[in-house]
Design a protein around this ligand. Structure first.
Ligand SMILES: Cc1ncc(COP(=O)(O)O)c(C=O)c1O
Length: 490
């Protein structure tokens, strides 16, 4: 039996793994061939000045990995079929050079063109982004630490799939107190997008018709479209959706679901008046249509208390209400919830278990402790005040530019985190100019269901995530372009 020339790496610990690694290398390098006999543990001990038992442990490790086989009374041999060689043989057996595996994708996946991300721009006017830099991380850390030091062991295991009990309880109390929603089951989700996907899968089938705001939220549309449903746009005017058009659509076509953002219409932030909500609800009830109400930034309403959601007055249980912590905290927390009629809740919970055993209960538990303590509502009051100040500062700047003769207009949003600004024309060119100058802003073309409706006039200006100085400097760049387009004092 030949004496092995083993390359020992002293960094590998413990010793038996060091020896196993050296023998494996000897096999891989071809020094040892398949089926070749290996020195006994005792022989190896003489050669390496190691303990016989250590060498036996090394051989056991190699046997477990498939590199070595042991035979009674014959000792150890290199395995006849080596782990690496078996897969190599597979490809080498083919005459042709091995091809990269070709994936067959069945699902329709929205095409995302990788470009520079919004937050990589110096000035980021994306609408709907909270100012994460002022989130009270230190305060929140103490609630997270509390969740970890007094963990609910049952909850952290499998089971209890609707979400953390305490979180659900806190959300229930909060919804009753602040949003007047009662009589609904709460289900915790990993953000509203998960909710939109589950609802789509449960309620829609190919060919079903879904009414959406013709200027709207594409991620929701993508979830609906993934089921083969057809989307129909409800026309919009300056004051929100055109309810007459919606009524017309419902009366003339079989509609399965209506998706709305009534409190702060996305992307225009206009609030749907109460009488129009009532009219839509009555019609949906008459025609057996589900309403999905997406209330993504409820708290940030400035000129009055936020209106109660449609889900607050839903005696028939046809409104599915969605909300998120992405704006209250930060999008990366991935926490949201669905409030639905009791009859639908089990299907939603059970469907979710196909994609995920349960949502992130640790984060929910920390949020529940934060809510219970009252610190959550203090944070909301502080952020609402801050965003109101930022909105008002933006208005001061815009009015100043307007006074200088630059053609612009806006519909004052009573709430939300963005402003829908009418720059009269060339919105798309303005977007391109801004991006070239490190300013991120989106023109209306990004929000249309049908691009043929693009008037190339509006941009969405988010005002929540940047401080006043940054907003001022970013606008300066934007308005340099606009002032060149509109001669001053013309
Ligand atoms: C209309 C709308 N719905 C929902 C969300 C939040 O989604 P998520 O909870 O998945 O972060 C957003 C965020 O931009 C939104 O604009």
């Amino acid at each position: 039996m030949k004496t092995l020339s083993l390359v020992i790496d002293p960094k590998i610990k413990p010793i038996f793994l060091r020896i196993a690694s050296a023998i494996r290398q000897a096999i891989k390098s071809g020094q040892l061939k398949a089926n070749e006999s290996l020195p006994s543990a005792r022989k190896l001990a003489e050669q390496l000045s190691t303990n016989r038992h250590t060498n036996m442990a090394a051989y056991q490790e190699l046997i477990a990995q498939g590199w070595v086989e042991s035979f009674e009374r014959k000792g150890y041999r290199v395995a006849s079929c080596l782990p690496v060689e078996s897969s190599l043989n597979l490809s080498l057996a083919k005459k042709d050079a091995p091809q990269k595996f070709q994936w067959q994708i069945n699902a329709k996946v929205p095409v995302v063109v990788p470009t520079k991300l919004a937050h990589e721009y110096k000035y980021n006017f994306t609408g709907g982004i909270p100012d994460i830099s002022v989130f009270p991380f230190k305060e929140f850390k103490s609630y997270l630490a509390d969740s970890l030091s007094r963990p609910d062991l049952q909850d952290l295991s499998y089971g209890n799939i609707e979400g953390n009990n305490n979180f659900i309880q806190q959300v229930k109390v909060y919804l009753r107190r602040i949003r007047s929603i009662t009589n609904k089951e709460i289900i915790a989700v990993n953000g509203s997008q998960e909710a939109l996907y589950i609802i789509s899968q449960l309620l829609l089938k190919p060919g079903d018709k879904v009414l959406v705001e013709s200027l709207g939220y594409k991620p929701a549309w993508n979830a609906f479209k993934s089921t083969g449903a057809t989307l129909i746009g409800i026309k919009q005017h300056q004051k929100g959706i055109d309810v007459e058009h919606l009524i017309q659509l419902i009366k003339t076509q079989k509609i399965r679901l209506i998706y709305l953002t009534p409190l702060h219409q996305y992307p225009t932030t206009v609030t749907l008046p109460i009488n129009e909500r009532i009219a839509i609800y009555a019609l949906a009830a008459k025609h057996n249509i589900v309403i999905v109400e997406d209330d993504y930034d409820h708290e940030f309403h400035y000129d009055s208390q936020p209106l109660a959601p449609m889900a607050a007055d839903d005696p028939l249980g046809l409104v599915i209400y969605l909300s998120t912590f992405s704006k209250i905290m930060f999008p990366g927390c991935r926490i949201g919830f669905i409030a639905v009629d009791k009859s639908l809740a089990p299907s939603i919970i059970n469907y979710r278990s196909i994609m995920n055993h349960k949502p992130n209960v640790l984060m929910q538990d920390a949020i529940a402790r934060w809510m219970q303590d009252g610190a959550f509502e203090r944070h909301l009051r502080k952020m609402t005040k801050l965003y109101q100040q930022r909105r008002d500062y933006l208005l001061v700047l815009l009015n100043k530019y307007k006074d200088q003769g630059i053609a612009l207009d806006y519909y004052l949003p009573a709430g939300g985190m963005a402003l829908w600004l009418d720059v009269k024309n060339e919105a798309h060119k303005l977007e391109c100019y801004c991006k070239e100058h490190d300013v991120f802003v989106l023109a209306e073309s990004h929000f249309h269901l049908e691009l043929s409706n693009d008037q190339d006039r509006f941009i969405r200006l988010g005002f929540a995530s940047m401080d006043n100085e940054k907003v001022r400097d970013g606008l300066k760049i934007m308005f340099k372009y606009l002032s060149e387009k509109t001669p001053l004092n013309s």
